[in-house]
Design a protein around this ligand. Structure first.
Ligand SMILES: [Zn+2]
Length: 774
C-alpha cells in the first residue's frame, strides 16, 4: 500500500472538514510521521482501525485464483436462458455460501428473444448471401462450441422480411442524416447500413426508422476495431473478418429492463404488457454483420462518394448509394420468456444495518464473455471472499454490504433493473451507494459517477498501488490526464492539463448508461460509481465468440494483476463506505461540476442562436447558390427560426442555493472541528447519516424527464440520441438540442427547483452535523 500524500487532503476547508470534525484527537499527521493521513468521515481511532482492516483486505485477492475462476466461468457460453448461465449462478452462490455469507438467488422472468430465422442476401446487381456466422479458430478451444453459442443478432429487433435499395449512413446518428439530406439522398423505403461507433447501437435503427428506412444493418468497420488498429485474432487482439458484435438494440434511453414490465419487478406473477405495446422494441428489423459480410454490400454501392470522415478501413471506395445494391433481410425471433438468476450475498451491518452499500457486476455474457463481464465478475467474487475472511477474523462493517452478481445485463440491464424495481421502496430508504464494474483490463483507473462521491473515490485511488508502475493508481490516472495522449495544442487541452496538475481531486466523468448502475442512479437516485481499469489493451472481440479465456489470457490482463487491482480498489471503497462514522459524501466537488453544467447549457443556447442567425444570413446572401458545384449538386440547408433568448435565472438561482448549502456543510464541519468534535452521540450521527444518504434522492423528480418518466434523475441521464453517452442536466440540454424552446424554458424552471431542493437536503445535513457536534 502506497503512502497517502497528506497535502492532497489538506487542500481546502471542505477537504479536511469531516476528517477534522471527527478527528477527536487532532494530532497533525505531519508532526507524527507514523500517523496515517486522516480519513474523511472517520474519527482518528476509527480511521486507524479502518486502515488496518483495509490493509489486511488488500493482501487477500489472489491473481491465480481469479484466473481459475475466469477459466471456470467462461468454459461454456452463458447468455440469458442458457444452461451454463444457470450453472454459473449456482456455482457463484455456492462460493458465497462456502465462505459463510448469507446468500441467495433471486429469480425473474423476462422477455428475451433469440433468433429463429436470419437471412441477409444481396439480390442486385449480383447475388451474394452473407455468412452471418463466426468460424472456429483452431488455437482457441471454446470458439468451436457452436451448439451452445447464440447466433449473431441484435436483441429486441422486431421480426421482418424486407427488400430495398441499400444506403450507407456512416454512424447513423442524426447529424449523418442532415448530411444525407444536403446530398439529396433519402432513406425512405431503403435498408441502411451503418457502422458501429459514434453512438450506442440502439440509436442507429431508431434514427433510421424515424427517417423512413425499412431495415438496418450495423457492421464493424476494420478501421475501428479490426486490422487498422492492429493484428486480428488469433495473431493479435483485433476483430477478424467474420467477427460480429452482437448486442441489444432495445430503446434503453426510454426505459431499460424487461420491455414488458416497465417500473415493476418482472416476477412470475407481475402484470405484463402485451408484446405489441412494448415501446422499447425496434420499429424496423436490424442485424449486426462482420466486415467480411459488409464489404461486398458496400462495394456494390454507387452514387456519391462518401464524405472523408465517413470512410472506413476497407480497401474500397465508400459510396453512399442508394443502390444499385439491393438487399433482402429476413429476421424471425422466438419471443420467449427466460429466467434470470441474480446472485445476492449480504454481510449485515453491525451499527447501521439499514444503510446499504451495494457492489455489483453482471455474470451473463453474449457468448463466453471473458472480458465482458467475467474480468469484472471475478473481482467482485474476490472482494466477497476477502471480506468473508475478515469477518472470520472479527471484522464487522457498520453498514450492510450487498454483493450482487446480475444476470441479463447484456440484453438490456435486465437483472439489475428488475431487482431494483422489485426492491425500489426499500432501496430508496436504505441504499447509500451503488458501486459497479463491468469489463476490466490493463491500464489506468477509470471512474465515473455521482460527483458527491468524487472526493471519496479520489481518496481511495490514492491508497491503491498500480501493479505495473508501482505508483498509486491515482498518480497514474493523473499522469495520463496530464500527458493526454500527446494533445498539446488547444486551449481546452491546456485547461484540462492545468486542472489535472492543480485540482486536488481528479474530476470524474458523469454516468450515461451501458451497465447496471443505470437503475440505481437514474431511477432510484442512489449515488453511484462505475470503476474499471483499461487503456493499454485494445481489442476487437467485443460481444463475439472470441471474447473468451484464450483471448483474455493472450492479449488482455494476462497476469490478472489488474483484476486484483480492481478488487482492491472497489473493495476498499466498499469497506470505507461501510465503516465510516459519517457517510463520506462531499458537496464542494459536486457544486463545482454543477456550475460547469449550468455554464455549458447556457453556452449551448447562445451558440444555437448564433448558429441559426449566421446560417440564415448565409442563405439570404445566396452563399449556397454561389458555392454550388453544378456537377455535385447539394440542397442548401433550410432556414431556421431564430431561437428566443431563454431565461436561465431559475437554474442560476437553484445553483446559487446549492452552492450556498455546500458551503454551509463546509462550515458545519469547521464549526464541529472548532468544538473538538465532542459528544458524538450515536443517535445524532444516525440523523446526519440518514440525511446524507438522502441527498442524491433530492435530484430526482417524480415525473421524470420529458417523454421518459422512468428516468428520474435531473443531473445525469443517457442521451435520447446518444444511448450510452451521458447528457447532464438532460431535460434542459436535450430540449435546447432539439430546438424545443418553450419546453426548454419550462425545464429550466423545473430543474432550478430541483437544485434548490437538493441544496435544502444538504442544508439539513449541515444542520444535523452541527447538532451532532455541539
Ligand atoms: Zn458487460
Amino acid at each position: 500500500m502506497a503512502a497517502t500524500p497528506y497535502a492532497l487532503y489538506n487542500s481546502g476547508l471542505m477537504k479536511t472538514g469531516l476528517a477534522a470534525v471527527l478527528g477527536l484527537c487532532l494530532v497533525s499527521p505531519m508532526a507524527v510521521p507514523d500517523e496515517p493521513a486522516p480519513l474523511a468521515g472517520f474519527t482518528a481511532d476509527s480511521a486507524r482501525a479502518e486502515r488496518d482492516w483495509e490493509a489486511k483486505f488488500r493482501a487477500i485477492p489472489d491473481a491465480a485464483l481469479m484466473r481459475s475462476d475466469m477459466e471456470h466461468l467462461t468454459a461454456r457460453p452463458h447468455h440469458v436462458g442458457s444452461p451454463y448461465d444457470r450453472e454459473n449462478a449456482e456455482w457463484l452462490l455456492e462460493r458465497f455460501l462456502e465462505w459463510g455469507l448469507d446468500a441467495h438467488i433471486e429469480n425473474f422472468s423476462v422477455l428475451f428473444p433469440t433468433p429463429k430465422e436470419r437471412l441477409l442476401e444481396m439480390v442486385a446487381p449480383e447475388h451474394f448471401t452473407a455468412r452471418i456466422a463466426e468460424p472456429t479458430v483452431a488455437v482457441d478451444p471454446t470458439s468451436s462450441q457452436h451448439d451452445e453459442q447464440l447466433p449473431t443478432y441484435n436483441a429486441y429487433s422486431i421480426d421482418g422480411d424486407v427488400t430495398g435499395p441499400l444506403v450507407y449512413v456512416n454512424y447513423g446518428v442524426p447529424d449523418d442524416y442532415q448530411t444525407l439530406e444536403r446530398q439529396g439522398v433519402s432513406v425512405k423505403g431503403a435498408i441502411v447500413i451503418a457502422r458501429y461507433g459514434g453512438s450506442w447501437r440502439g440509436i442507429k435503427p431508431k434514427v433510421a426508422a424515424e427517417h423512413g428506412a425499412i431495415g438496418c444493418l450495423i457492421y464493424s468497420d476494420p478501421r475501428d476495431d479490426g486490422y487498422t488498429p492492429g493484428d486480428v485474432f488469433p495473431a493479435g487482439p483485433y476483430r477478424p473478418k467474420d467477427g460480429v458484435q452482437r448486442g441489444s438494440v432495445m430503446d434503453m434511453p426510454v426505459y431499460p429492463g424487461d420491455p414488458l414490465t416497465p417500473g415493476v419487478g418482472a416476477t412470475a406473477d407481475a402484470k405484463r404488457l402485451p408484446l405489441d405495446q412494448a415501446v422499447t422494441l425496434t420499429k424496423i428489423p436490424v442485424m449486426p454483420i462482420s466486415y467480411g459480410d459488409a464489404q461486398p454490400l458496400l462495394a456494390a454501392l454507387e452514387g456519391r462518394v462518401a464524405p472523408a470522415p465517413w470512410r472506413g478501413g476497407l480497401p474500397i471506395t465508400y459510396h453512399i448509394g442508394p443502390g444499385p445494391a439491393r438487399v433482402h433481410l429476413k429476421l424471425k425471433f422466438n419471443w420467449d420468456q427466460k429466467p434470470l438468476y441474480d446472485v445476492i450475498a449480504r454481510i449485515p451491518g453491525a451499527v447501521y444495518p439499514d444503510e446499504w452499500v451495494i457492489r455489483g457486476n453482471h455474470h451473463d455474457a453474449w457468448v463466453n464473455g471473458a472480458e465482458d463481464p467475467i474480468s469484472g465478475t471475478i473481482a467482485v467474487l474476490e472482494e466477497a471472499r476477502a471480506m468473508a475472511a475478515l469477518v472470520k477474523q472479527g471484522w464487522q462493517p457498520k453498514r450492510t454490504i450487498l454483493f450482487c452478481l446480475w444476470d441479463g445485463e447484456e440484453p438490456g440491464l435486465l437483472g439489475s433493473t428488475e431487482w431494483a424495481e422489485q426492491h425500489g421502496e426499500e432501496l430508496a430508504r436504505k441504499a447509500a451507494v451503488y458501486i459497479n464494474s463491468d469489463s476490466n483490463g490493463r491500464g489506468y483507473l477509470g471512474v465515473a459517477g455521482s460527483h458527491s462521491l468524487e472526493h471519496f473515490i479520489n481518496g481511495v485511488a490514492r491508497d491503491i498501488e498500480d501493479p505495473e508502475s508501482k505508483v498509486t493508481v491515482w498518480k497514474r490516472a493523473q499522469a495520463q490526464r496530464i500527458a493526454g495522449e500527446g494533445r498539446m495544442g488547444s486551449p481546452a487541452d491546456r485547461a484540462d492539463r492545468a486542472e489535472a496538475r492543480t485540482r486536488p481531486d481528479l474530476r470524474i466523468g458523469a454516468l450515461g448508461s451501458g451497465s447496471d448502475y443505470t437503475v440505481f442512479l437514474d431511477h432510484v437516485g442512489i449515488a453511484s460509481l462505475n470503476l474499471g481499469f483499461g487503456g493499454e489493451d485494445g481489442g476487437g472481440i467485443y460481444h463475439s465468440i472470441y471474447d473468451d479465456f484464450y483471448w483474455f489470457t493472450h492479449f488482455s490482463d494476462t497476469t490478472f494483476v489488474y483484476s486484483r487491482a480492481l478488487a482492491q480498489t472497489a473493495g476498499t471503497a466498499v469497506m470505507r463506505m461501510a465503516a465510516a462514522d459519517v457517510l463520506p459524501f462531499e458537496f464542494h466537488d459536486l457544486a463545482d461540476t454543477l456550475h460547469r453544467y449550468v455554464d455549458e447549457v447556457e453556452r449551448l443556447a447562445r451558440e444555437e442562436r448564433e448558429h441559426a442567425i449566421e446560417r440564415n444570413r448565409q442563405i439570404d446572401d445566396g452563399l449556397f447558390a454561389e458555392l454550388e458545384d453544378p456537377r455535385q449538386k447539394t440542397t442548401p440547408p433550410p432556414k431556421e427560426s431564430v431561437p428566443p433568448f431563454l431565461n436561465f435565472a431559475p437554474l442560476e438561482n437553484g445553483l446559487a442555493a446549492l452552492e450556498h448549502a455546500a458551503q454551509a456543510f463546509d462550515q458545519a464541519a469547521a464549526h464541529a472541528a472548532a468544538n473538538g468534535g465532542a459528544s458524538l452521540a450515536h443517535a445524532r450521527l444516525q440523523d446526519v447519516n440518514e440525511r446524507l444518504l438522502m441527498v442524491e434522492r433530492a435530484f430526482l423528480s417524480s415525473g421524470g424527464l420529458p417523454n421518459r418518466p422512468w428516468f428520474k434523475h435531473q443531473i445525469y441521464a443517457p442521451g435520447l440520441y446518444t444511448g450510452y453517452g451521458v447528457k447532464t442536466l438532460p431535460a434542459v440540454r436535450e430540449s435546447i438540442e432539439q430546438k424545443q424552446w418553450k419546453l426548454a424554458d419550462d425545464e429550466i424552471a423545473r430543474v432550478g427547483k430541483v437544485l434548490e431542493n437538493a441544496g435544502a437536503a444538504m442544508e439539513g445535513a449541515a444542520q444535523a452535523l452541527k447538532q451532532a457536534t455541539m
